[in-house]
Each structure stands twice: as C-alpha cells, then as structure tokens.
Design a protein around this ligand. Structure first.
Ligand SMILES: Cc1cc2nc3c(=O)[nH]c(=O)nc-3n(C[C@H](O)[C@H](O)[C@H](O)COP(=O)(O)O)c2cc1C
Length: 188
C-alpha cells in the first residue's frame, strides 16, 4: 500500500488513484473557521453528502436528514443560531444534521451523528476543503431558515470551505495528547 502525499486537495488525483489517501485526509483535517470565497463544486458537495449517507448507524437506523445551504444570505442568517457559529456566514456550504426531536438526546443518535459528521469532514479534507462544527442554540431560527418538519430538530451544523490561509495539509504535530498517553496495550 502506497500513501500518496500529493493527492490531498487534488480531487482528480484522488479519483483516479487506487492508492490509499485516507490516512492523509485524517492527518490534514482540522477545524477551519475562515474560508476564502472559492466555491465548492456540486461533485464535491455530493461526495461529502454521500459519505454522510453511507455512515454506519445503530441497527442501520440512519436517523439523519441533511439540509444543504449554499445561499450567501441564508448562510449569513444561519450563522446566528449559535454564538460559536459565526464561521457559517463565510462558508461555501453548510450542512444541517436534522433528526427526530424525540430521539435527539439519545446517546445512540448522538453517536450516529458523530460518525456521519466525521465521515463528511474526512471526505471534505480529501478535497482540501476545511470544515467546522456548530452547535444550535436558537432552534426557532434554525427551523424558520431550514423549514424542516415540526417533529424534527437540527442537532448540528457542519460548515465547509477552502481555508483562507494555510491550505489543508497533513499536520505533523497535532494539538493532541501523546500517543503513549492515550493508547494502552493489553491492560491499562
Ligand atoms: C460536538 C462538537 C461541537 C462543536 N461545536 C463547535 C461550535 O459550536 N463552534 C466551533 O467553532 N467549533 C465547534 N466544535 C469544534 C471543536 O472546537 C474542535 O473540534 C476542536 O477545537 C479541535 O479542533 P481541531 O480538530 O482543528 O484540532 C465542536 C466540536 C464537536 C466535536
């Protein structure tokens, strides 16, 4: 297996390659909160959403619906749903993860949403596209802007776009606990 260091940010290389680039995307993904004004292609967006759709879920329940927003004015208004969601305004696209309101707090649904989120973020990273989560505080505003049914709620928003600075590339020293601190072999 060969890991291609040149395929990050090059969808054509990625699409035509039978080489392993997953780990490069894992190393390059980071939360990006400032985006340049380069649009994303529909192919990129479709592949990101397809990655979410294909995610595993408890008993294959697929508890999610995805609402994709690319309209500038709608993104700007959506950025007000949470004080930590300002980055949504400048994103090329933001995907709202919508679930049944009565199930939203269930741990299995939260787990499933986490898996779909990470799948989409990694698919984006393979295109050189950054991403960032946002929680939802103002649910009334989210509902007004996204128009999902009354029995649904918006659990999370994921923004996508090219970083305004520092293009996505493998991070050699991530801000994470050391490997040996986290990993225990056989016994703690
Ligand atoms: C459940 C969850 C909710 C998050 N909510 C927000 C948010 O509302 N706004 C934000 O800017 N970042 C949010 N983040 C992003 C985290 O702050 C980010 O993952 C962390 O800073 C690590 O960033 P890095 O992956 O670039 O190292 C959230 C992350 C998770 C997992």
């Amino acid at each position: 297996m060969v890991i291609r260091h040149d395929a990050i940010g090059d969808p054509a290389a990625a699409a035509n390659s039978d080489h392993m680039i997953t780990f490069e995307a894992i190393k390059a993904r980071r939360n990006v909160r400032e985006y340049d004004n380069r649009p994303m292609t529909n192919v990129q967006l479709d592949q990101i959403l397809e990655a979410g759709r294909r995610s595993p879920s408890s008993q294959n329940s697929q508890p999610w619906d995805f609402v994709v927003v690319t309209d500038e004015d709608q993104l700007r208004r959506l950025s007000a749903v949470w004080f930590g969601g300002a980055h949504i305004a400048g994103s090329a696209a933001t995907v709202a993860l919508v679930v049944a309101a009565e199930d939203a707090a269930r741990s299995r649904v939260q787990f499933d949403l986490g898996q779909a989120t990470m799948s989409m973020m990694l698919a984006a990273a393979a295109f050189g596209v950054g991403s960032c989560h946002s929680a939802v505080g103002d649910h009334e505003l989210a509902r007004e802007l996204l128009a999902y049914p009354a029995d649904k709620t918006c659990a999370l928003l994921i923004s996508f776009g090219y970083p305004v600075a520092r293009p996505l590339a493998p991070i050699h020293e991530p801000d994470r606990r050391p490997f040996d601190d986290v990993v225990h072999c056989g016994r703690w």
